[in-house]
Design a protein around this ligand. Structure first.
Ligand code: NAD
Length: 271
């Protein structure tokens, strides 16, 4: 058995949506460290994306920042065109962008519903479709990777755990689960692998408010048997594995990285 390579993603082009903060930032850093050229998509703020690009380049890697709103078809198509015009193709998509707009169900507005579904579900569809079109157009490159292309959706433990007060978010992630599985089923004959990562609680701007006070942090930790809140780098490592040939026989799965949140710790003892 050959040991895993230190640069398992060498000569591969990866696009990470929402790569300028939080989990996307950690994933982009990890893919670059594994040898990939990384396209860092950002929505509004160019500065952190450009900073990440400079960091990657200063370590000898290659990267590019590209603005796009993933919920808009014309933006997504422009972004993929820029990637293909610049680097010739793309091998890995990490469809990571996501938002929360929380409200009690009785008060939730159609705008709150539409914007979360627009970014978290339609955005995933648009990016996955453009990536898959490019993988099929380019065809296999077995000397670069066993799979013709790899898609990784950033889902959540909330693709299976219901979430009162966040029904738009939970519905979007539940949708991502069957989007991912159905696309995996359809594209497997093209040797395209499609999987999701299901993070638990990872310390990022999206949940900063839920960790504001020591009491809130303590309450959150009660949900995590492993006893710590996750870091973006925890997810970056999972993304590298799912993008590499090490996981070549894995498609259509959500890999939960959640410190055991899905073990339902509330049921320890008598429940
Ligand atoms: P974050 O707020 O740091 O990152 C979200 C990213 O999405 C940002 O970079 C933002 O600019 C980008 N984005 C938002 N709207 C966009 C749009 N219209 N077009 C393009 N990009 C857009 O939060 P995060 O925690 O890093 O979230 C990343 C992903 O991880 C999300 O899909 C989120 O649902 C998922 N997730 C996070 C956690 C967690 O605990 N942090 C847990 C489970 C799942």
């Amino acid at each position: 058995m050959t040991p895993p390579s230190a640069s398992p993603l060498q000569n591969q082009i990866a696009l990470v949506t929402g790569g300028s903060s939080g989990i996307g930032y950690g994933v982009a850093e990890a893919l670059a460290a594994a040898g990939a050229t990384v396209v860092v998509n950002y929505h509004k703020e160019a500065e952190p994306a450009e900073k990440l690009v400079q960091d990657i380049k200063s370590r000898g890697g290659e990267a590019l920042a590209v603005q796009a709103d993933v919920s808009k078809e014309e933006d997504v198509q422009r972004m993929f065109k820029t990637v293909v015009d610049t680097y010739g193709t793309v091998h890995i998509l990490v469809s990571n962008s996501g938002i929360q707009q929380d409200a009690a169900f009785l008060d939730m507005t159609t705008k709150q519903w539409d914007s979360v579904i627009g970014v978290n579900l339609t955005g995933q569809f648009l990016c996955m479709r453009e990536a898959a079109r490019e993988f099929v157009r380019r065809g296999p490159q077995p000397d670069i990777s066993k799979a013709t292309g790899k898609i990784i959706c950033m889902s959540s433990v909330h693709e299976v755990i219901p979430w009162a007060g966040h029904v738009n978010y939970a519905a979007s992630k539940g949708g991502v689960m069957l989007l991912m599985k159905s696309v995996a089923q359809e594209l497997a004959p093209h040797k395209i692998r499609v999987n999701s990562i299901g993070p638990g609680a990872i310390a990022t701007p999206i949940n900063a408010e839920a960790r504001d006070t020591p009491e809130e942090e303590r309450d959150l930790l009660k949900l995590i048997p492993y006893g710590r809140i996750g870091e973006p780098s925890d997810i970056g490592k999972v993304a590298v594995w799912l993008a590499s040939d090490e996981s070549d026989y894995v498609t259509g799965h959500t890999l939960f990285a959640d410190g055991g949140m899905l073990l339902y710790p509330g049921f320890v003892g008598n429940g």
